[in-house]
Design a protein around this ligand. Structure first.
Ligand SMILES: NC(=O)c1ccc[n+]([C@@H]2O[C@H](COP(=O)([O-])OP(=O)(O)OC[C@H]3O[C@@H](n4cnc5c(N)ncnc54)[C@H](O)[C@@H]3O)[C@@H](O)[C@H]2O)c1
Length: 315
């Protein structure tokens, strides 16, 4: 299939990689010439990591990969003949609106337009005649490691288009989850936001440290989740117990304050996370590149182990 990726930043270059490795012919563009020029190098670094881990076969040499992707200077050239357009420009409504207008002027009328937006309702930003073939296909970073893709149509999206994109994603060995209708954050990001709300409360109010939180997450929550998810875990707990937790109002979520005192303090001190050398934890003994590579190797090893173990049958 001919795929056009618009925006080659953090997500865009990685989505170009995912679709090329999925067997598609990919053109990509970015309005920032430096980002556009650097994208192929980033894709090749990620490809090398995947090759090393055996996630892609040795036949995926850099030379073969370079045949599958092409950088283009303009949106018009990128979308020429495209069957699927993947939009991954900055999360700003006015930028997306301008990009959609340019896609509308230049792309084939039967092209499917899939936005990678994290939270925006992009449908009002799209020229009306494109709505039947517009939807959201939202990936997680980095999409060559994280398999989930939220697929979400708007009120005017043709259900056949939703099904086509679901199949394209599944055929690439990824995991599409089709939303019944749009809600900002879809499923995984909403759950993650709820976790952040709770964790910020526990830390700000002095109930726990960042280390305590991650010990609880890694050694408590995390072990069951890859096997059971959340809903099958409820079945193992027993649904009357889940019901009692609700009726007894065992849990009251913290107030949404719009900030966290501890987070504000860290950011003000320049502790921005891995890129700044320190965040909640001290990462200053390794470079960000080393840390990302180590993280990726460990995620790939975990994915391999999970494939061998398999999920619970029957869900
Ligand atoms: N970062 C994440 O973890 C993540 C995860 C899932 C989805 N998303 C979504 O993906 C989209 C892109 O996010 P990102 O993190 O890759 O941002 P990013 O800033 O790394 O990349 C966005 C790119 O868009 C380019 N751009 C801006 N205007 C453009 C135009 N008119 N034409 C072409 N390119 C243009 C920028 O130059 C930039 O390189 C956003 O909608 C974001 O919400 C991000």
């Amino acid at each position: 299939m001919k795929i056009a990726v618009i925006g080659a930043g953090l997500m865009g270059h990685a989505l170009a990689l995912v679709h090329a490795l999925g067997g598609h012919s990919v053109r990509y563009t970015d309005s920032n010439p430096d980002t556009l020029a650097g994208a192929l190098g980033l894709m090749k670094t990620a490809l090398a990591t995947l090759r090393e881990a055996g996630e892609v076969g040795a036949e995926w040499t850099d030379a073969r990969f370079e045949q599958a992707v092409r950088a283009c200077p303009t949106i018009a050239e990128t979308v020429e003949g495209a069957e699927l357009i993947v939009e991954a420009v900055v999360e700003k409504p006015e930028v997306k609106r301008t990009v959609f207008a340019e896609i509308d002027r230049t792309a084939p009328m039967d092209a499917i337009i899939a936005s990678n937006t994290s939270y925006l309702d992009i449908f009002p930003l799209m020229p009306e005649r494109r709505l039947p073939r517009t939807l959201i296909a939202h990936w997680y970073t980095p999409p060559y490691l994280i398999d989930l893709c939220d697929v979400c149509g708007g009120e005017r999206t043709d259900p056949a288009v939703v099904e086509t994109v679901r199949r394209i994603v599944a055929d690439m060995g990824k995991v599409p989850v089709v939303m019944k209708r749009f809600i900002p954050g879809y499923i995984a990001n909403r759950i993650q936001s709820a976790i952040s709300l709770e964790v910020n409360f526990l830390i700000d109010e002095g109930y726990a440290t960042a280390r305590d939180v991650d010990d609880a997450v890694i050694h408590g929550l995390a072990l069951r989740i890859p096997i059971l998810g959340h809903m099958a875990k409820a079945d193992f707990t027993g649904l009357p117990m889940m019901q009692a937790a609700l009726t007894n109002r065992m849990y009251t979520p913290p107030e949404v304050k719009g900030n966290s005192a501890e987070l504000d303090k860290l950011v003000a001190a320049g502790r921005t996370g891995v890129m700044g050398g320190r965040g909640y934890f001290d990462w200053s003994d390794r470079s960000p590149a080393q840390l990302f590579a180590e993280r990726d190797r460990k995620i790939l090893a975990l994915k391999k182990a999970l494939r061998d173990i398999g999920p619970m049958e029957g869900t």
